[in-house]
Design a protein around this ligand. Sequence first.
Ligand SMILES: Cc1cc2nc3c(=O)[nH]c(=O)nc-3n(C[C@H](O)[C@H](O)[C@H](O)COP(=O)(O)OP(=O)(O)OC[C@H]3O[C@@H](n4cnc5c(N)ncnc54)[C@H](O)[C@@H]3O)c2cc1C
Length: 411
Amino acid sequence: MQPAHHDIVICGTGLAGLATALGLARGLAHGGLRPCLLGSKRDIPRLELGRHHPRVYAISPPAQQFLKRLGVWGLLDASRIAKVESMQVVGDAGGSVALHGWQRMQAELAWIVESDALEIALRQALKMFEVEWIEEPFAQLARGRDSATVITASGRTLPAQLVIGADGAHSAVRQAAGIASREHAYGQLGLVANLIADAPHLDTARQWFDHGDILALLPMPDGATHLPGTAQHTQVSMVWSMEEARARDLLALPHQAQAQRLQALLAGMTGNAPGAFCLHSDILSFPLTRLDSDMIAAHGQTGVALVGDAAHRVHPLAGQGLNLALGDVEQLIHVLREKPPLVPCGDASVLRRYRRLRAQPVWAMRTATDSLQRLFASDLPAVVWGRNLGMQCVEHLPWLKQRLIAAASRN
Ligand SMILES: Cc1cc2nc3c(=O)[nH]c(=O)nc-3n(C[C@H](O)[C@H](O)[C@H](O)COP(=O)(O)OP(=O)(O)OC[C@H]3O[C@@H](n4cnc5c(N)ncnc54)[C@H](O)[C@@H]3O)c2cc1C
């Protein structure tokens, strides 16, 4: 039997892979392209009224626009989305900066969306376009001049002009294609949980920097509003980049002790300024690394392109990893749409253009997040003084605040 031929095989079925498949299937690139998805279809628990999964993303305005163009934003339940109108960043020696959307004529700076809700919406939209989804892992890649062939874990072969690696930070596609990458471990875990707050969040994302630790509390939709007989409460999502050993000590505690310890740690970090918090979910943890790669492997008329965490990973202090991933997907689709009709989609010229378009935004985000992480990790008194003074200066410079908001609104 002849193997089925697809123009593009997308390996990895996380948010970046699903968005790529949907963008191609919707004809945002070229009507005639036949994509196929390769990877597991995990069971997503049903979204419960009034309860939110702790894995959330801050979606930037350009990423929201792209999700709208994909037809996905409208599928999300608006009552499960929280808007971020302001940001407050607090340093470790009196520095603080407040940014408001209105300072740049924007109603919102970002939206907080649950990961599962986004995945459900993407899958729902994909169903409409009958994209083939092969529920197997990618295993190997064989590359010839006219086609690349993906080999699945069961040995199935899938020839294609273009292979897209959307298979996360440990990308097997990246390794198989020989795409060079560099990784740096921050020695921190990202701890993620939902908290109940005793004061309203006022649609404000708050962030504290304290000698390497970075705590973000993001506004969430009010909990239990739809459940009869239950009190409404304010929820926030916690993303705490914590030194690994301390994070592991916390994670090792039984739930009750963990909740008490976390409450004390939060009080210490925030000085109780935004009120007290109590744990309202399990604590999830993610090792934090920075990764960059060459993003493509071009070989004549067939090639491999990486999107999302397979291509780059940044510190989550700015909440931009998925936004960058969606920026990759959008630009890859853009170059596929713009290419001359007879040029194959895996052609070296097409892929190089994709890499060029992504180089600056990815570099800028990596440099900004990495520099901030390093700046606040230092205990040198002059650096501590300087960084807090810097924050005070920014606080009094409206034009600089506008630039910061603009920079945070680019993917
Ligand atoms: C603590 C924390 C907070 C964050 N907060 C934000 C935020 O607020 N905003 C934001 O924009 N970003 C945020 N990020 C970043 C964001 O989580 C990632 O950038 C994003 O999820 C990457 O998506 P992806 O689809 O590229 O990768 P993944 O989500 O890792 O998906 C990869 C997929 O590939 C599959 N796969 C792996 N190997 C294979 C194989 N061999 N074959 C087939 N499939 C395979 C996996 O099963 C998975 O489904 C945060 C990250 C962390 C750690």
